[in-house]
Design a protein around this ligand. Structure first.
Ligand code: ADP
Ligand code: MG
Length: 323
């Protein structure tokens, strides 16, 4: 069955959630109206996902809805913000009700899981693409900026790196593995990244600077260093790599995935030495899982990768849409 734009909105997206107390108007007026609590910033982030570029053609609507929201949430996590509201602009070739039903169920599942309310959007026909704008709250003094890393800070990564890239490589049939269970595990890491929201909130009072790793560690840590006008020494032996990658791939392959491929959506953050105790306590309480990979240096030192106490040469090739 095919629906028009207004039927799509009312059947699949309107009145699916209870309004929250700061939401004066949601879907159904010319714009949504939101009350921002005192002493808070509204953290705003937008992501567009285009078929063939950000997701493969054969992705299911269920997978697409999850990933679009998760990727957007990851940006709020990197700011230390609490997710609150979201808008959805969807462009699709036809109004396929089976596709829309599956998309919207998965969409509201992840929204509800992270306390997000859908407050508006736009519906168009054309090649499949999704644009989400996400809104979160962060107390003004606590926002985690890229520019606040300080010389001497320790650099950490949540979780581990490279599994999403391995999953993508398997999906694209560039890599092969006999073990179906491991294949499915890695593909899931690519399709269902976990946004590190609770970790970002914990880090508000611990970290100086943070970023989410969407384009690869070297590229994304590079953004922190550039904004903070600092250098860094990163110890390759300390990069967190899962046993699954170590057991199934060659070292050059998984290190390259970990350093240069994106979509792990882990957080990379820096903390001053005086906060190590606080962080270790959070690690002990299992509120956050993270690994120290190096430290921030003066800008003259540059950005160095160190293996067995020796500097190694590397190519800086994070994902860039225009090359
Ligand atoms: P306008 O013509 O004023 O832009 P629309 O007809 O596009 O309004 O949208 C009507 C209402 O439905 C608005 O509140 C808009 O935010 C909302 N809306 C439109 N598309 C979507 C969508 N895909 N998801 C959620 N809300 C939507
Ligand atoms: Mg509109």
């Amino acid at each position: 069955m095919e629906y028009n734009e207004f039927e799509i909105i009312s059947k699949f997206f309107k009145n699916r959630q209870r309004k929250d107390k700061n939401q004066i108007k949601g879907i159904g007026d010319d714009s949504a109206l939101i009350k921002v609590p005192k002493k808070n910033f509204l953290a705003i982030s937008t992501d567009t996902l285009v078929e063939g570029k950000h997701f493969l053609k054969n992705i299911t609507p269920k997978e697409l809805a999850y990933k679009a929201v998760a990727v957007n949430l990851s940006d709020l996590a990197a700011m230390g913000a609490k997710p609150k509201w979201i808008t959805l602009s969807i462009t699709m070739p036809k109004s396929d009700s089976i596709w829309l039903k599956s998309f919207s169920i998965s969409f509201f599942n992840i929204l509800n899981k992270y306390g997000l309310n859908l407050i508006g959007g736009d519906t168009n026909s054309g090649p499949l693409s999704i644009t989400l704008s996400i809104y979160g709250l962060i107390e003004r003094k606590n926002a985690l900026l890229r520019e606040n890393a300080k010389n001497g800070d320790l650099i950490y990564i949540t979780g581990n790196l490279g599994e999403s890239a391995a999953g993508l490589s398997l999906l694209q049939k560039k890599t092969f593995l006999k073990n179906v269970k491991i294949c499915n595990y890695l593909i899931k890491k690519h399709l269902k990244p976990i946004p590190r929201i609770s970790e970002g909130i914990v880090l508000r009072n611990i970290a100086n600077a943070a970023i989410d790793i969407s384009d690869g560690l070297i590229s994304d840590l590079g953004h922190i260093l550039k904004s903070s006008k600092c250098g860094a020494d990163i110890n390759l032996n300390q990069i967190p790599i899962s046993k699954v990658l170590i057991d199934n791939f060659k070292i050059n392959q998984y290190l390259n995935w970990a350093l240069n491929s994106g979509e792990d959506y882990e957080l990379c953050f820096t903390i001053s030495k005086k906060n190590v105790k606080k962080l270790n306590l959070a690690i002990k309480k299992k509120i956050i899982k993270c690994t120290c990979i190096g430290y921030v240096t003066p800008i003259e030192n540059g950005f160095n990768l160190i293996k067995n106490q020796k500097k190694i040469i590397f190519k800086k090739t994070g994902f860039n849409h225009f090359i």
